[in-house]
Design a protein around this ligand. Sequence first.
Ligand SMILES: *Cc1c(COP(=O)(O)O)cnc(C)c1O
Length: 401
Amino acid sequence: MPQFPVVDGELTVGGIPLTRLAARIGRTPFYAYDRAVIAARMSELRSALPPSVRLHYAVKANPMPALVCALAQQVDGLDVASAGELKLALDAGMASADISFAGPGKTAAELEQAVASGVLVNLESAREIDLLAEASNRCGQAARVALRLNPDYELKSSGMKMGGGAKPFGVDAEQAPAMLRRIGEAGLAFEGFHVFAGSQNLDGEAIAQSQRLGFELVLRLAAHAPTPVRSVNLGGGFGIPYFPGEQRLDLGPIRDTLGALQEHSARALPGAHLVLELGRYLVGEAGLYVCRILDRKESRGTLFLVADGGLHHHLAASGNFGQVLRKNYPVAIGNRMIPEPLAKATVVGPLCTPLDLLAADLPLGHGQPGDLVVVFQSGAYGASASPQGFLGHPPALEVLV
Ligand SMILES: *Cc1c(COP(=O)(O)O)cnc(C)c1O
């Protein structure tokens, strides 16, 4: 992985050799996120996309406070999906004008906090309109809202589909005109639309196509809006390569499409801005999960490396976070990076369940007790998306390097 150069046979993170970093942290397992890699990704993206497109970070992907603070300085907004994430975003210094709050099943208390904070609420149901109207009265300030749409199309080749068909997210496009009327009647401050079709997509053409369809849908519905549209959030879905054979996302088709949509928007929806909300694309490749080999044993021809970390810290790498077929994340012995390792090994964690698997049959057989197992592409949906209490081992530490 080019973002973590190997020096003298050892992986480095932010210029620090891995064993030195582990010594600094004091114990394994840990997640390390490289701030320079995140900053490089942001500037790459800025130069690849039309400058007027606003880039938001979806906090759900990695809510580590220091990382959210660092990103808050670089993005145009933060997207949150709970009162806890809202607090994080505000603590990170993001202006409430640039925070949006999505998610099904927002509680009355969360909606009131959102109104009191002055953030934009992505509405997901008629119930939320009523609760926001009450909260607006109590706070003496109209709730800022965007209508989250469940589009009438699906995002092709997405890892996780979150739009099209029957979905708990947003409101069906068919129901949108009635909802827009109710938003106006309730006196909420309407700002625009939010269309999020799916996640972990590596097909730039498919993402561009869904952006065009999303924009067309917004144009059709804008005629029903109580006030002019100011914000069009076209979602994200930008994926990163996790598994052998996966190609990096080509931003070319997305750049061209967004350029055209920006022009169209300037004519059809003057004053509106386009927004993308990205999670794993901004942080996923900047993170490593690191655990230490405790034991090395053989069973009927298979070499097992038993590590002090596993599924309780990194559910996704174990293959149990929504995957249908388990595939290996890229894994290495970080303090012993040899050019062409041959001997194979299977890396398991300390949990007493066969699900606790970090690498199956990969060329890691040179790993010895005391060595550091590194799981790459681990900057998103790691620590916070794992059952850290399962079996009572200590949680993973997290550092921003
Ligand atoms: C999860 C989520 C994201 C981020 O998804 P990534 O795959 O991490 O980019 C963005 N927006 C919404 C509404 C989400 O639910």
